[in-house]
Design a binder for this molecule. Structure first.
Ligand code: MN
Length: 227
């Protein structure tokens, strides 16, 4: 059908060593999924049910540049493993969840921490803190056929060469298959969905001029300049 305004472009992310791309449908994020990060944010690390929030597909940004956003003085880095789905469904059993996974990438859940603190205090939603323009720098998508199903390995982020965040994927409170299963109880998942799986401890502010280097063992690294 002809459209009354120009149709928005679909978001398509580069797939590693490939001329093809991964088309994005939705972006889900898991909150507090590493115990040490839950503690640093002032929460009990006990295995409470996972909770989710969303970013917008076009917040994903493979450019390697992060423009410091407006309306904040405290933007934090959160390195996360991103999971890409090739199929979905509702009420997916944990033991079938990995069948839905296309692949993985290194990502950053950039957060306006000051706006998040205000929202938490007022009991308001998090979008202003989380779902702003270019708030999710992301590395190339790697097919699980190439890297395997990542369940352990170092996840780390350095700022100007100093390590700030460091953990292991095996420290996730809710593992990737459990995250997919739980999320599918709330939403009907589908091909093109992307899940950011939470961050290890050590989150902190970035400044213009910083160089962020994000690594997950088994994936190509992600280097991001804050401008
Ligand atoms: Mn996060």
């Amino acid at each position: 059908m002809q459209t009354v305004i120009p149709a928005p472009q679909p978001v398509i992310l580069p797939v590693n060593k490939s001329q093809t791309g991964f088309p994005v449908r939705r972006v889900y994020c898991v909150g507090r999924n590493y115990a040490a990060h839950a503690v640093e944010m002032g929460h009990d690390p006990d295995r409470e049910a996972p909770f989710f929030f969303q970013k917008n597909p076009d917040n994903l940004d493979p450019s390697g540049t992060f423009p410091y956003p407006p309306m904040t003085g405290d933007v934090h880095h959160e390195i996360e493993l991103a999971v890409f789905l090739k199929s979905g469904g509702s009420n997916i059993a944990v033991e079938n969840a990995l069948d839905r996974v296309y692949g993985f990438a290194v990502s950053l859940d950039m957060t306006r921490r000051d706006l998040q603190a205000e929202a938490k205090k007022a009991g308001r939603p998090w979008e202003a803190a989380k779902a702003f323009e270019r708030s999710a720098p992301i590395g190339p998508v790697v097919a699980a056929a190439g890297c395997g199903f990542l369940s352990e390995g170092r996840i780390a982020l350095s700022v100007n060469g100093d390590t700030r965040q460091e953990g292991d994927l095996n420290q996730m409170i809710w593992k990737v298959p459990e995250v997919i299963s739980k999320l599918s109880e709330l939403f009907r998942l589908d091909a093109g969905d992307v899940i950011l799986t939470g961050t290890p401890s050590g989150v902190g502010p970035v400044m213009r001029g910083d160089r962020l280097e994000a690594t997950v063992e088994g994936l190509p690294g992600l280097v991001v300049s804050v401008v």
